[in-house]
Design a binder for this molecule. Sequence first.
Ligand code: AMP
Length: 585
Amino acid sequence: MLEKKEILDVEKVIRDFEVITKDAENVQRETLKMILEENGCAEYLQNLGLNGRTDPESFKACVPLVTHKDLEPCIQRVADGVFSPILTGKPITTISISSGTTQGKPKFVPFNDELMETTLQIFRTSFAFRNKEFPIENGRALQFIYSSKQIKTKGGLFAGTATSNVFRNSQFRKAMKAMQSECCSPDEVIFGPDFHQSLYCHLLCGLIFHEEIRLVSSTFAYSIVLAFRTFEQVWEELCDDIREGVLTSRITFPSVRSAMAKLLKPNPELADLIEKKCSGLSNWYGLIPELFPNVKYIYGIMTGCMEPYLKKLRHYAADVPLISADYGSSEGWIGANINPSLPPESATYAVLPNIGYFEVIPLKENVEEHMQDNGNVSFLSMEPKPVDLTEVRVGEEYEVIITNFGGLYRYKLGDVVKVMGFHNSTPELKFVCRRNVMLAINIDKSTEQDLQLAVEEAAKLIAKEKLEVIDFSSNVDVSTDPGHYVIFWEISGEVSDEVLTECCNCLDRSFVDGGYVSSRKVDAIGPLELRVVRRGTFQKILDHYLGLGAALSQFKTPRCVGPANNKILQILCDNVTKNYFSTAF
Ligand code: AMP
């Protein structure tokens, strides 16, 4: 009886969600009121002259749109331990460190109990919808989750990645138990000091509990792919450990070793079974269901910059469904995936109107004027005014602005989303791309999505040879005149110069932005360059970020390396083995 009580009442979660989404406009007003009442005494809001007003009109009139850079001095004072209320009424006790993989430098953002509660609300909501379609009875989850090192700021606040702050929270454990999604690995593995060792142990735990595994997950799809690529390298060692019941000496941390010793017993039958299964696979196709025969689905963020990993993930998953996890950021959550049966490419996120106050900037209506002046092309852009969450139009693209319980007010998140429809009166968003990840030399504006599509197209040429692009990045090289796009590829094997030249031409032709195509035609942008890097280069980039204190759970390969990200550019350039210039134009 006691156990039953702990199980999440999914019907109630869905009913609550229906209620808040039926009148999203009103819920938004109420949410803003609560945020401003709770935090009205904060210095930031006091200085803006709100004087206790909590209505959206006064809020928008007094509070400016900001980026992280604008808030940095305030957040730094919080981190330095200034005791008075700066951004929030109640003191902030924890700082989240965002991955910083898009900007090159990790950012501090406040984290508090209210943000933790919204995290759980999002998790519960998507689980409720997911479990209706893909029920998981009592079992375990193979979760490739890793905690970053927790540091203490100058003011004595704990700082870690947002995912680590969540994993460490006792509420998270309880919620995972209630969702029957408890991680099969012990805490010592999740919080282990070295991610390579933790990854190995996660795999080992998964194999030990192989029949009980109901889902395989991670925060981002990237880490699931990385885990099974690693499995390909270490599976024999894993089998040896299981056969003998002794952990490989490569795991050196005593806490991790003793936690694993409690689980690992000699099991030659299991070792034989895994060996047989692995030897029977063709190029590791269907590895996941082969190892975990009762797995119901694979779960993690699979949209946006994670889409390039879907092909490989599908290869490992065979017909096990892939379900994209929710949409959020270190700054706060936005929406839940309530249509789990949609493939990740079509996944949408329904905004929870009570977890923050959301506005969006319409992007399509950008006033763009292309002025042709004596052959020189210049470009003017004026940003239109933000609109309310419930005023959005289906089919249009917007940038998300967050106001939440964590001390962020009218904060431009930098993400582009597209409205695909409504659930009751709350919008369902498709993640499009990061707004600032952009290749631009002249009048061109190639987005992260343009880059992804171009790479996908060109990669088909090497897929014919059963090879794949393991990972990729880009940069604009303006040291040449005219400047040109550089695309870096790490490939899974040897490809002939002839095919790579074709790939290079294909990449160049596949950038569809009008500004790019017209600039290429008149040679205002030079021929695209494809640079092939050594195997393991992207692993070096990952290691570089982990060395800076990032956690694998939140890692996203930087898709466009700007000047601020010099170290990454250096790693890429130092590892180039061949380069090709396009002759497509
Ligand atoms: P971080 O700051 O490290 O927490 O990363 C947050 C960023 O990851 C967001 O601003 C998005 O750009 C991206 N992201 C988070 N959730 C999703 C999702 N479901 N689909 C695509 N991108 C996402």
